[in-house]
Write a protein that binds this ligand. Structure first.
Ligand code: ZN
Length: 671
């Protein structure tokens, strides 16, 4: 559950071939790569849609301080100190120690605090206590977050153990066995209370027989006040009220330009919830939001994910604004309009084709703004709301964030990856030029018509393929897409300018299936994941069947393995033959044939090849974690002050964006 979807059909991090002229990576430090994401099709949105996105985006940025404070009670004062040093330190900025300080600052900005965003461990500064003292003392004292009567030297004394003592506040979330998870965790959801006190408190509130329970504790801090366990709610006029009021002000502007009456009602409920902190209103809001699936602009905004609380109750603040990609939706429209033609002309045996096929309209969603706990480390998809009874009664929304996923894929394919594993320069150039289009079309064809095609023979048990059903189903959809990518119909309908994108897809698919996808597998292990088994089975099957005619071959150069495709049209024919066989297996429920296809071609890895590929991959030294800078939105107004357009600029300065947000979107008092 939750927003962190790490794979979804057709959009797993394996597909993108290469980058185009847009440079995605903007910064790199320690284990982090910072990227930017594009807003495809944003220009084609209506002025009303753009204005709604603009206000929702402002609301998405206004809660940043809330998250910083939730993560750790000293985060805010530390960030202010770091910002003051970066802006005003008068000493030498070219030294190794200053560079180490900047790296530390970048890590803290990325994690929204001094604990690693993924491991939860406190960062170890790469500079000394003495240097920290020198930095603070040589910075503008008026910029430092001093308490009343405090000097810069006092601030150093106060912060030094927090930053440098490895035992103090060591983990943001500590769930080790036997520990009091509340007192051991450095997060700021609780103050002066023990785990059992908190558990008793909520145990007395929750009614286990309630079929529609609210999310107890979601939006409050729990502290000991006058000897009593007390909830301090986040709301207007309460804890975090100054930031919440700014969120509300922007949500009100968004409400005024909402795209439908229900979206307006939905935003009204959200505003009401922020005002009152009433969790019943939060549930009402979520019921409405979950049912509102047809809008071209959508968002999440609230206290949503509970991973930061060891008890899994309190949620960090986060926001995403997203919109439907009109260009991409036009493309999927052309494909679904021709769904029957594809079905009638497929290489599948006529008795297993569908007489009447309806394509599935895929919703392609792009992110326009990330905020709070979704920034800079973004989820790849959204699957909300979290409340179980709402999911059961009102449904949930599950979408993949296409532009975020694509940027990650393209970068993981770039940064030397393609140069290392592609056969030659023409193959690299084809991938660079056509990779994005070929990936998008492959995904569309897979999702819109691949899964929708074909039918079972009368009497076939739909569960006959058991544990092989899922990789075989993915193969069917992939093969349908692979076969038709090389069809003249793709050019006739304007989906492709030439057959070059199809060749780029074939290069990439075969290279990935035979070689590169195994970089994710540990030495000695088999392939387990359904999408990976699918790709391995397809690539190995067509490789073997094409051997006699030399359709493809392996090439060894400097002890490195590469693949050369000699005949793309024959490869297409092989994809067609395999599609016919996989559809037959599914239509007849031929478990034995399905099993042997997966087991013989999809599971095992050649051990020598695996060693070679892992060694080559390791040398590329790719960062394990990535996140994003946001685009910059500027509203264009007419003489009356009405917003007529919204302009997008892509930011390439990670630290600059962090410093700007610190000035523009910081609303909470330090003390
Ligand atoms: Zn699929």
């Amino acid at each position: 559950m939750g927003t962190a979807l790490f794979s979804s059909c057709g959009q797993t991090g394996e597909k993108a071939a290469a980058s185009d002229t847009f440079t995605y990576e903007v910064d790199r430090f320690e284990d982090i790569s910072v990227l930017k994401y594009r807003l495809p099709g944003f220009e084609q949105l209506s002025p009303g849609e753009k204005e709604l996105i603009y206000w929702l985006s402002e609301a998405a940025l206004c809660g940043r301080d809330i998250l910083w404070d939730q993560n750790f009670k000293y985060n805010f004062v530390i960030r202010r100190t770091i910002e003051a040093i970066i802006d005003s330190y008068s000493g030498d900025r070219e030294t190794e120690e200053f560079k180490a300080f900047i790296t530390y600052a970048k890590r803290v900005f990325f994690a929204n605090g001094i604990h690693h965003h993924y491991s939860n461990d406190k960062f170890v500064p790469g500079f000394s206590k003495e240097y920290f003292d020198a930095l603070v003392m040589a910075s503008d004292v008026s910029r430092l977050p001093l308490k009343d009567g405090e000097t810069a030297a006092d601030l150093v004394v106060r912060l030094t153990p927090v930053l440098f003592d490895p035992q103090l506040y060591a983990k943001r979330v500590d769930q080790s066995e036997g520990a009091d998870m509340i007192t051991a965790s450095a997060n700021n959801f609780y103050e002066g209370v023990t785990q059992s006190e908190v558990e008793n408190y909520y145990g007395s509130l929750a009614d286990p027989s309630d079929p529609r329970p609210v999310s107890w504790g979601l939006n409050s801090k729990v502290a000991m006040v006058d000897g009593k366990v007390t909830e301090i709610p986040y709301r207007s006029g309460g804890l975090y009220g100054e930031a919440i009021d700014r969120i509300i002000a922007n949500l009100e502007k968004a409400r005024d330009v909402a795209l439908s009456e229900t979206q307006k009602m939905e935003l009204d409920l959200l505003i009401d919830y922020y005002r009152t902190g009433d969790l019943k209103i939060w549930d009402e809001y979520n019921v409405l939001w979950a049912g509102n699936t047809d809008l071209s602009v959508d968002y999440i905004n609230g206290y949503i994910e509970t991973y930061g609380d060891p008890l899994g109750m309190k949620a960090t603040w986060e926001a995403v604004v997203d919109y439907k990609d009109i260009e991409a939706s036009k493309r999927t429209g052309v494909i679904t309009d021709n769904a029957q033609w594809f079905e009638d002309n497929s290489p599948v045996a006529p008795e297993y084709r569908k007489e009447k096929v309806t394509g599935v309209a895929a919703r392609v969603i792009n992110v326009a703004m990330l905020g709070g706990d979704c920034y800079p480390a973004s989820p790849l998809g959204i699957n909300l709301p979290n409340s179980n009874w709402i999911r059961t009664e009102a449904g949930s929304k599950s979408v993949t964030l296409a532009n975020i996923t694509n940027a990650k894929d393209i970068v993981s394919r770039g940064s030397g990856f393609l140069e290392e594993f592609a056969l030659d320069q023409p193959e690299i150039e084809r991938a660079v030029k056509f990779g994005s289009l070929s990936d998008a079309l492959h995904t569309d064809m897979h999702e819109c018509i691949g899964h929708a095609s074909g039918k079972l023979a009368p009497g076939t048990d739909p569960n006959a393929l058991k544990n092989y059903a899922s990789p075989l189903e993915e193969m069917r959809a992939d093969l349908f897409a692979l076969y038709f990518m090389m069809d003249p119909k793709m050019i006739e309908t304007g989906l492709m300018p030439s057959d070059e994108p199809a060749k780029a897809l074939y290069d990439n698919y075969i290279r990935n299936g035979l070689i590169t996808q195994i970089v994710r597998i540990k030495p000695g292990k088999d392939i387990e994941q359904a999408h990976m088994r699918c790709r391995s089975a397809i690539a190995h099957w067509v490789f073997e069947k094409g051997k006699a005619e030399n359709v493809m071959e392996t090439v060894k150069r400097d002890d490195k393995t590469y693949i050369r495709i000699n005949d793309y049209m024959k490869l297409r024919t092989l994809f067609g033959e395999m599609l016919r066989e996989v559809q037959r297996i599914k239509s007849e429920g031929d478990f034995e044939a399905g099993r042997s296809m997966i087991e013989n071609y999809g599971v095992k890895i050649d051990q020598d090849l695996h060693k070679e590929i892992l060694a080559r991959y390791e040398k590329l030294n790719l960062a394990p974690y990535s996140g994003f800078v946001n685009p910059v939105m500027t509203a264009v107004s007419d003489a009356q002050g009405n917003i007529t357009d919204v302009k997008i600029e892509y930011c390439s300065d990670y630290l600059g964006q962090m410093m700007e947000y610190g000035k523009k979107y910081s609303f909470l008092p330090v003390y």
